[in-house]
Design a protein around this ligand. Sequence first.
Ligand code: 164
Ligand code: MG
Length: 335
Amino acid sequence: MLPPLPDILSTLRVVSLPMTHRFRGIDVREVALFEGPAGWTEFSPFVEYDTAEASAWLTAALDFGWQQTPAIFRSSIRVNATMPVVDSSRVPEVLARFPGCRTVKIKVADPGQGLTDDVARVAAVRKYVGPEGRIRVDANGLWTVDEAERAIHALAEFDLEYVEQPCETVEELADIRSRVAYMGVPIAADESVRKAEDPARVARVGAADLLVVKAQPLGGIRRALDVIEEAGLPVVVSSALETSVGISMGAYLGAAIDTLPYDCGLATVSLLTSDITAEPLLPHAGTIDVRRVVPDPELLDRFAAEPAREAWWRGRIVDSYRFLDDALAAQRPSE
Ligand SMILES: O=C(O)CCC(=O)C1=CC=C[C@@H](O)[C@@H]1C(=O)O
Ligand SMILES: [Mg+2]
């Protein structure tokens, strides 16, 4: 059962938040926020996603706003710093925004750069964090298997915790995983989980050592927990570049998992120039808190999106809602 659409739209606020650095091709993050009986929730599929893909994010938002959160194993989560594609000279300035984080995830394989730039950025991070720091890289599926093999050879000297989504397909992940196994570099699947029809397949076919799981694209905390159980692999809970409201959904997901061996990618509020709450879920001593977040009305006003953008998000919620409603109707036995 979905909550009535007018209940969702009555508290809707759309905000537009500038980012500190360009990340996954965007400089401004637009998100929709609304309040349900369980608290404030976020709906923020990236703008290019179609209705089918966005509808899973709406399921997640409704679950978080209308249902109680599951039982939790911890009240704070260890988080990693996230390094966008920046020149290596800017590495210290970015890492200063992530106090106490012992782990850094570095974006690599950007089409506007080459392997030399990636090596320089990873080297600068290793210099900053020292030998105890943990470094992982994320290629967002942009390497071919041969390019991935070459890049992992070049980057392995910096001691990689794992490589996230080096190539696009599950078959390519399986191939690169076996090619680099002798170097002891694990492979993590991200897009092969969050954009897949069958998110646990990558685990079943042995194409990854661990999974990156994100609450919104997987349809919310409960569904993500089901995927994790089915996959049976260790996971890293990561963000979808949300405000603190969306990050709190990820934090509850992380808190509901009994073993969390890796630091989570939930410190991305540090990549926004501002948030919609005076008490943001920013990292302190390398952790973020597990708690609900209430937006500050003054900040919602200050960062309110233009009316045309607000109307666009309203329409997107209506379309995603209808998509979910139709899917539910199709499941009901006809009388
Ligand atoms: O995992 C992290 O450290 C932060 C989150 C993150 O990297 C991402 C968030 C949103 C969109 C993605 O392009 C990106 C990712 O690929 O993991
Ligand atoms: Mg990723």
